[in-house]
Every structure is written in structure tokens, then in C-alpha cells.
Design a protein around this ligand. Structure first.
Ligand code: ARG
Length: 467
């Protein structure tokens, strides 16, 4: 009875157990279906760990050679899809280790000295996220390049700028596009911050308390390209801040994409009619033959729910956990993987769509000529003629009421009509009432005047390359 486990159990931890794990429990606890995504990182971590153990004299040179060769063979088979992943072995760590022991015998069984699956999964996950940060930064640079190209193509075109979704002041189309360049630039910075903070190796922290075996954590960290080692083994065994920070950066990216999507959906309606999304990026209706639907932006907007949901999952997961590792933490991977997949696919397809987006410049210009959008300019004009701003606001308000009543734009009123609201108004007022004059007067740093936007665009192109 006492030996039953060693004969029957496939488990690497089977020693203290007197009966086999229930099949239902194996199915419920297995994570191999998704954590197999980490196999390359798991193997890289094991190779660095084994090499260090050999340097410390814990492993012989022969054992090390067998381990490294065995791990390479397993890695190649997993990559080729010829390796059988076994759910009864729970996770990627056990699947690889068990295969190694089966192939190379006792040398394989020495690999797990001085480490635990707790520091092992932490190192795998960090290595994986480090690569994903780099990949997402590339995708962000690609979409930012798509914005600079559009901004260059439409440089000089005007459009209504909005607050409260009410026409507010005319702006340059390129200025609006470069707003997104900034937003995705901050996302890039957040990912690099996250990468920087997570780039410390937890390996050697073992289960939670460190290890009594001679390990050189610094050596392992260097071999894996980490900037250093984590300071506290207890913290390291239970820390998932890095996954939360990463997913939070993903959530913001997806929210930025969602706001852009909302604008594209609005702009492509007959009501706005500001842009044309090429047919290849749209789909039709099964019943209404005239329809052309902006499904890509709609889906991206919809998928923001998934990414925000992933962030909520992780925050909730960690909220009540005592230190250090708890099995709950196994639930951290699927939300992160889903966020990575969703954000990557959304960024890529949005960049593609932007490269084909067409602005209807005539229609945009026409839209800036109604709605008294240069009212602020008239108020500023009065201020420059020494009228206090609050008084100027009142004067222009009355002029706007008059315009709306007459069904005209401010710029369409006659000089004498305008002068009936203030005697200081002279013929030069028409320069500021015209859209061009309005836009180009906004020379403040970061403003929409053409010279400012030219500078901003040049700086943006400098960052991402214009070609
Ligand atoms: N599959 C586990 C996870 O993803 C690995 C760590 C398991 N550690 C343990 N002590 N059971 O979290």
C-alpha cells in the first residue's frame, strides 16, 4: 500500500500520496491547455538554472550536458507540435520536467534542485511579458506611423473640433490625428515602464524562503537578460504586480482604440459624412442592400470590454490573497493572454484601416463654416481692442443669437450688422471670422495653427520615421 504511489502515480510530487488523484481533479487543476504558450521561456529558465547549478558544483558537467540537450530536443518537439502535452501532469513545468526525466534519467531528476514551481512560473511569466512589451511597442509604433502619414497627407485641411460633441472651434485634421499619436505614445511609455520594473529575476527565491543550496541568482539573471534580481523571496513568490501593470497598459491601449473607433463610426455616418472607410474594411447587411457597416471599429470598441474585464479579473484575483503563492495565481494567465491577443489584433487591423482611410476635405471645410465656430475668435478680437473678456463674451453671445435667427454664420453678417453689437469692430474682423484666420491664429504651443502642427508633425515623424 505504501509503495502504491511510486508505481501508479505519474506525479513528480506523488511521494506522500496514498491514492491516485481523481480524474476530475486532474481535469480541474490542469493549466497545460494555456500555459503551454510559455514553453520557450520555461526551457530558457531551466537551462540558465542548470548551468548555474553546474557552476556551483551541484550538477556534474555530464548531467548538465544531458539536461541541455534534452531540453533542446523537447523545445524543438513542442515547437513542431510533435510533443504530447499531458493534462495529468498539470502544467508546462511538469510536462517538460517529466519528459526530461523519461529521456535522460537521473540527470533530469536533478534539475529541480534549489528552485520551486513558484519562482519558475514567476520567471516564465516575466520573460514572456518582457517579449510582449517589446512586440506591443512595435505595433504601437506602426499605428503611430499610420497617424503621421495621414497627418502629412491631409496637412492644411480643416475640420470642426468638438467639445460635448457640439461643434466648438475649427481645427486642422492633422492636429486631431496627432492627438492619437500622443495617446499611443503614452501607451508606449507605460509598456516600457512596466518592462523596466518587471525586469528583475525571481529565480532562486524557490518556494518562498530562498534555498539552502548554493545558487548564484545574479548569474541566472544575467543569463536570462534580466537587469538584476528581486530583493525579497517572499515578495517574489506572490508578486503579480507586473502582470497587472501590463494588463492595465493594455486596457488603456484598447480604450484609446475604442475612442478612435467611436469617432470613425460617427464620422462614417451619413449624418457626419466626414470620412470614407474603404469597402475592403467594411461589411454589408444580409437584408438591407444599401448598407456598408464599419464593423472593424465596432468590434474594436466592443473588445475593449474584454481587455478591461481581464484587468478586473487580475485585480480581483490578487485582492484577498495572503502571502505568498496560492494556487489562485494560476488564474492569472488566461486574462493576460487574452488581453495580449485582443490588443495585438486590434492595433494591427486599425493601423491597416488607417492607411486606407479617406477624409472628405470639402465636406469637412463646409462643416466648419456653419455653427458660428469662430465666435471665440470674435471675443478674442474684442479683447485685443481692450474690451474685458466677460463683456466680449456677452457681445458675441448676442451676435451669435442674431446669426442663428438670421440663419447665417457669423462670418456672413455685414460689417454694419456686426458693429451694431460693438462700436470697436472694424473691417479687419473678417480675417478672424474666417476659418483659416481662426485656425492660424492659434499659435500657442501645442495649438492648431499650421506652423505649430507642421512642427508637431515633423517631431512625430522624427520619432517613428516617416516612410
Ligand atoms: N501552474 C502553476 C501556476 O501557474 C505553477 C505554480 C504551481 N505551484 C504550486 N506550488 N502548485 O501558478
Amino acid at each position: 500500500m505504501n509503495q502504491q504511489n511510486s508505481e501508479h502515480s505519474t506525479k513528480l510530487w506523488g511521494g506522500r500520496f496514498r491514492e491516485r488523484t481523481a480524474a476530475s481533479v486532474e481535469a480541474f487543476t490542469a493549466s497545460i491547455d494555456y500555459d503551454c504558450r510559455l514553453f520557450r521561456y520555461d526551457i530558457a529558465g531551466s537551462k540558465a538554472h542548470a548551468t548555474m547549478l553546474a557552476d556551483q558544483g551541484v550538477l556534474s558537467g555530464e548531467d548538465l550536458a544531458a539536461i541541455l540537450a534534452g531540453l533542446s530536443e523537447i523545445e524543438a518537439e513542442i515547437a513542431a507540435g510533435t510533443f504530447t502535452l499531458r493534462p495529468e501532469l498539470e502544467d508546462i513545468h511538469m510536462n517538460i520536467e517529466k519528459a526530461l526525466v523519461e529521456r535522460i534519467g537521473p540527470a533530469g531528476a536533478r534539475l529541480h534542485s534549489g528552485r520551486s514551481r513558484n519562482d519558475q512560473i514567476a520567471v516564465d511569466f516575466k520573460l514572456y511579458l518582457r517579449d510582449e512589451c517589446d512586440r506591443l511597442v512595435q505595433l504601437l509604433d506602426a499605428i503611430r506611423r499610420a497617424f503621421t502619414r495621414l497627418a502629412r497627407r491631409y496637412l492644411g485641411a480643416v475640420m470642426p473640433g468638438y467639445t460635448h460633441l457640439q461643434r466648438a472651434q475649427p481645427v486642422l485634421v492633422s492636429h486631431h490625428l496627432l492627438a492619437y499619436f500622443e495617446m499611443f505614445g503614452r501607451d508606449r511609455g507605460r509598456l516600457l515602464d512596466c518592462r523596466n520594473r518587471l525586469n528583475l529575476s525571481p529565480l532562486g527565491c524557490a518556494a518562498l524562503a530562498g534555498t539552502g543550496l548554493p545558487v548564484d541568482r545574479q548569474q541566472v539573471a544575467e543569463a536570462l537578460g534580466f537587469a538584476g534580481i528581486t530583493a525579497n523571496s517572499i515578495d517574489s513568490a506572490g508578486d503579480r504586480d507586473f502582470a497587472i501593470e501590463f494588463t492595465s497598459a493594455c486596457a488603456l491601449i484598447q480604450l484609446h482604440l475604442s475612442r478612435l473607433s467611436e469617432e470613425l463610426v460617427l464620422w462614417s455616418t451619413q449624418e457626419f459624412d466626414f470620412v470614407d472607410i474603404p469597402d475592403r474594411f467594411c461589411t454589408g447587411s444580409s437584408i438591407m442592400p444599401q448598407k456598408k457597416n464599419p464593423d472593424i471599429p465596432e468590434l474594436i470598441r466592443g473588445k475593449s470590454g474584454r481587455v478591461v474585464g481581464s484587468l478586473m479579473t487580475l485585480l480581483t484575483l490578487v485582492k484577498g490573497l495572503p502571502l505568498t503563492y496560492n494556487r489562485d495565481l494560476q488564474e492569472d494567465k488566461e486574462p493576460v493572454f487574452d488581453a495580449v491577443d485582443t490588443v495585438s489584433a486590434s492595433l494591427a487591423i486599425m493601423a491597416e484601416l488607417l492607411s486606407g482611410l479617406e477624409f472628405k476635405t470639402e465636406r469637412l471645410a463646409e462643416a466648419t463654416r456653419s455653427g458660428c465656430m469662430t465666435a471665440t475668435d470674435l471675443a478674442d478680437y474684442l479683447v485685443l481692442k481692450n474690451v474685458p473678456f466677460r463683456e466680449a463674451h456677452g457681445i458675441v453671445g448676442r451676435a451669435v443669437a442674431h446669426s442663428l435667427n438670421a440663419g447665417k454664420d457669423l462670418s456672413e453678417l455685414s460689417l454694419s450688422e456686426l458693429q451694431s453689437f460693438s462700436a470697436v469692430i472694424e473691417a479687419d474682423v473678417f480675417t478672424v471670422l474666417a476659418v483659416e484666420g481662426s485656425v492660424n491664429s492659434r499659435l500657442s504651443a501645442g495649438g492648431t495653427a499650421l506652423p505649430r502642427v507642421r512642427e508637431a508633425l515633423a517631431a512625430a515623424e522624427e520619432q517613428v520615421g516617416s516612410k
